[in-house]
Design a protein around this ligand. Structure first.
Ligand code: A2P
Length: 277
């Protein structure tokens, strides 16, 4: 396994298992430099969203990297207001324009906002037109996915959910696996709101010590070993590099069991059942 290792999605497309997240990376120099760095050291999967406000810088960095379009997997997301208003095509076209791309590798419904089934049906058409290669959802629970299954037999390729050892999401991941939906982890390090609770957890640090790795690297490696696509975010060059150095060690079964003991159901982001934005 390495930075270019991929997972085959249920539509036949390949997605690199380790992606680079840019949530809370500021539009402009911060995002631009972070993405340039990430691509330079070999990340081949970028994960942004309309609501992050940084698609322009992601697109510019991708262009300036000199990489061929097909070498990099780009995800962006349809925002809730556009789901509610039914502005699916126009929202996608606006993202494409900001990214300066003519297709998106993976387009996700960001949250299960009212109108998500209609939005998904619209996205199927946009995929058929070639504007999107793969379609998926984010923050969807089983019942949201069941609503999609009732409306179409085109299964989402991906569900991107909050996932880390405090919220390992075993049940939802099993449900997705049974349906052939790949799972992506957002906030794999606990995100900014965890204030380092996971990265600096004594047990995680003890395991990290054993392999000569950091807490962040253990958290990323854990997801890779369970087959979950993982999207760590950083705007610091050293951390961007560190978060990619996760292919030269393997957590043993004893450590995997210890990590399970951290499951306390703690969310650091919004709950898909109660989000209010
Ligand atoms: P920064 O961008 O300043 O480096 P997540 O990926 O779970 O959303 O977590 C991202 C948070 O973790 C950000 O606050 C990011 O800060 C921080 N972070 C990312 N990589 C590391 C790392 N290797 N060590 C410590 N903190 C990190």
């Amino acid at each position: 396994m390495d930075l270019k290792s991929t997972l085959k999605l249920n539509d036949g497309n390949e997605i690199p298992l380790l992606g680079f997240g840019v949530f809370r990376a500021a539009e402009g120099e911060e995002t631009y430099q972070a993405v340039i760095k990430a691509l330079d050291i070999g990340y081949r999967h970028l994960d942004t969203a309309m609501i992050y406000g940084n698609e322009v810088s992601v697109g510019k960095a991708l262009y300036d990297s000199g990489l061929k379009r097909q070498e990099v997997f780009v995800t962006t997301k349809l925002w809730n207001d556009d789901v509610r208003k039914g502005n699916i095509r126009s929202a996608l076209e606006a993202s494409l324009a900001r990214l300066k791309l003519d297709y998106i590798d993976l387009y996700l419904i960001h949250w299960p906002a009212d109108g998500y089934v209609k939005a998904y049906l619209e996205m199927i058409k946009l995929k058929e037109e070639g504007l999107i290669k793969s379609i998926g959802v984010s923050n969807f629970h089983e019942h949201h996915l069941n609503d999609i299954f009732k409306a179409t037999d085109v299964c989402p390729a991906v569900d991107q959910i909050e996932c880390h050892p405090h919220l390992p999401q075993h049940k939802l991941i099993k449900f997705c696996a049974d349906k052939g939906i790949a799972v992506e982890a957002w906030s794999p390090l606990g995100g900014q709101r965890s204030q380092g609770a996971l990265i600096n957890d004594p047990l995680i640090l003890k395991i990290a010590d054993k392999y000569g790795k950091s807490g962040a690297q253990v958290l990323i490696r854990w997801q890779l070993q369970r087959g979950v696509i993982v999207l760590p975010k950083s705007v610091h060059a050293q951390r961007i590099e560190q978060n990619a150095q996760v292919f030269d060690f393997s957590l043993d079964s004893e450590d995997l069991e210890l990590i399970e003991t951290l499951n306390n159901g703690q969310r650091y982001g919004s709950d898909p059942e109660t989000f209010d934005f």
